[in-house]
Ligand binder design. Structure first.
Ligand code: FMN
Length: 372
């Protein structure tokens, strides 16, 4: 395709795949798109391991990495190994009581501290932690760094450019996109509210063209709600140079999602992908679950600021829940396209289906516009 984004990375199709799973990253790049590995949930050692694996399996195809460098953040990472100091008792009790009442067993005594330590080691959300991961990643042949929750620091953009690495950033409003352009980004990802994970309030249909106009001629990728070829065609028609996708890959054979969570996704409707601060402290679109519902109930405490809420959820909630796969509490970030997820298919089939339906959309438009 003649998109600016294909030219920028030498890829066949402008399908960018955000994933926390290295297998998805490699498969998408091999299928002609561009895989981007999300590193926010990895320890520095794991980053090295994952990138070595990608380098060994991806051949000559390009790939990128994604980090979170939020512009406004409560940097509690230094205290993350001291949950007793960091997490207010009222909040810890709220989560513990909820799980006790639901019969979810506590972590085994004697192992709990070690389990929690290992968990928080892999939560790297703060600007300083993200920069450390970028340092590691720059020793690998990455072609792209994408930043979420703020503009990347100008020095980082300059260092990346000096190594031939492109830089992009996620935006939920035109003013964010303009800031990214000022920071030197090579493109912007316009993320509509439909998206899985951290997202804003404006829908893709409204946001995409407004960001395209705000930063032109800088290329824009449309994100949020791209689950099929018709939606990809819409992004291109609205002025985007390609799509940035996340939820779409969760249903694949290769994805990191456990069978129980996948099954919940296949049963879910679009409205089950709710925007909640209960997971990270920032609005994050996630599969509805008993934990998020408890925070919406009258009398529930307000969620903690990011990333403290995230430490609370992982240390007190998620580890307990996932050990026994307690279905009602199981959750994962996912966008509104979850309502259309029905069965597991391979990454390659997803790419094929996207492209086929996109081409059918072009034919439909041609028919509608033809004189005959
Ligand atoms: C499971 C999951 C985790 C995500 N984690 C991150 C993240 O760590 N960093 C990031 O920039 N975006 C993250 N996102 C958001 C994606 O980058 C992307 O904006 C979004 O998935 C696009 O909308 P879609 O889900 O409708 O495809 C995540 C999305 C999902 C589904």
């Amino acid at each position: 395709m003649k998109s600016k984004m294909c030219a920028m990375f030498g890829v066949d199709v402008p399908i960018f795949a955000f994933s926390h799973c290295r297998d998805v990253v490699v498969e998408v790049s091999k299928a002609g798109g561009m895989g981007v590995l999300g590193m926010a949930r990895m320890s520095p050692e794991r980053v090295e391991e994952e990138l070595n694996w990608i380098d060994a399996h991806i051949g000559d195809k390009p790939y990128g990495i994604d980090v979170l460098m939020p512009s406004n953040f409560d940097d509690s990472s230094a205290q993350k190994y001291n949950p007793d100091e960091l997490l207010p008792k009222e909040h810890v009790d709220f989560v513990r009581n909820m799980l006790d009442q639901a019969g979810v067993p506590p972590l085994p005594e004697g192992e709990a501290d070690q389990i929690k330590r290992e968990i928080v080691k892999g939560i790297n959300f703060t600007p300083s932690e993200s920069l450390a991961m970028v340092e590691t990643a720059m020793r690998h042949p990455i072609k792209l760094i994408v930043n979420a929750l703020g503009s990347p620091p100008v020095e980082l953009v300059e260092r990346a450019h000096a190594r031939g690495i492109k830089v992009g950033a996620l935006a939920g409003k035109p003013k964010h996109a303009i800031r990214h352009r000022q920071a030197g980004c090579d493109f912007v990802v316009a993320v509509g509210t439909e998206a899985g994970g951290h997202t804003g309030e404006v829908s893709s249909m409204v946001l995409w063209p407004s960001i395209v106009d705000a930063v032109a001629p800088l290329p824009v990728l449309g994100a949020g709600g791209v689950g099929r070829g018709r939606q990809m065609a819409a992004a291109l028609v609205l002025g985007c140079e390609g799509v940035w996708t996340g939820s779409l890959w969760l249903k694949t054979v290769q994805s990191e999602v456990t069978p129980e969570i996948k099954q919940k996704m296949f049963e879910a409707e679009a409205t089950d992908a709710i925007l909640t601060t209960s997971v990270t402290g920032k609005p994050c679109r996630t599969l509805r679950n008993r934990f998020s519902e408890a925070y919406e109930a009258p009398g529930a405490p307000a969620t903690l600021p990011a990333p403290t809420q995230n430490y609370l959820w992982w240390q007190e909630g998620r580890t307990r829940v996932e050990r026994v796969r307690a279905k009602e509490f199981l959750t994962y970030p996912v966008g509104q396209i979850v309502g259309e997820m029905e069965a597991e298919i391979s990454v390659r089939e997803v790419v094929y289906e996207l492209l086929n339906e996109m081409l059918e959309s072009r034919e439909r438009l041609d028919d509608l516009l033809s004189d005959e």
